[in-house]
Structure formats: C-alpha cells, structure tokens
Design a protein. Structure first.
Length: 121
C-alpha cells in the first residue's frame, strides 16, 4: 500500500480511531482521525483523503449522513462504513449510496485492509 494515500478515520470512539490508525501505520499508510463527520467536513484536508472509513452510529451526523453529504458535495472518495450494530437496512442504504464496503465491528484487520485496498483500486 502506498503511503501517499491518506485515509480518513471517522469514529466518535477514540479507542477505535487509535486502533485503526495503528493498523494503517503498521502497513505504511497515512491517516487522519476525526471524532465526527462534522469535524471531517470542516477540515480543509477532507478533499485530500483517498478513502474515508467511518462509523455508522455517531452523535450528530451518522456515517450514512456523512456519506450522503460527501456525495452531495461531489466528493468521489470511496467510503467504508463500519458498525457494531449492523442491520440489513443500514447495509443496503450504505451500499446503495455507493459505499465501497460495509463492515461489522469488531472489524477484522485483514478485512479492513482488503476493503481499503479494493476501494483504492
């Protein structure tokens, strides 16, 4: 994996953000962590993200709402949605909205890396 790709990690749980960041660094990828979708959208760096890994359930803007707002803004960055509480409806909505993957927490590290690799093409 190329270190030129910056992966956004959006999760309200600092432990998850830290774990995903450590995983990505262990394979030579750069990441930026955000505690919310609003925080990501407010960052001028969001346009430079190669891929966005987001939690589904967060206070304020959900992962699906973040995905929809990115699409509305014309952002073509692939989005990977992860959740500890998967439902068929949420999975269907995420994938119909263009999500590259829908993963269940606790996320298998290899599955997440595979999903990011596939999303980056």
């Amino acid at each position: 994996m190329s270190s030129s790709h910056i992966i956004a990690i959006v999760d309200d749980d600092p432990g998850v953000r830290g774990s995903v960041d450590s995983l990505l660094r262990s394979v030579g990828m750069a990441s930026m962590a955000f505690a919310s979708g609003e925080e990501l959208l407010a960052s001028p760096a969001h346009a430079r993200m190669a891929c966005i890994v987001t939690d589904l359930h967060m206070p304020g803007m959900t992962g699906l709402e973040l995905q929809a707002e990115l699409t509305r803004r014309g952002c073509a960055n692939p989005v990977i949605v992860m959740t500890a509480y998967p439902t068929d409806a949420a999975r269907d909505q995420a994938l119909a909205g263009g999500a590259a993957a829908f993963l269940t927490k606790p996320v298998d590290p290899d599955s997440l890396l595979d999903a990011i690799e596939a999303a980056l093409g």
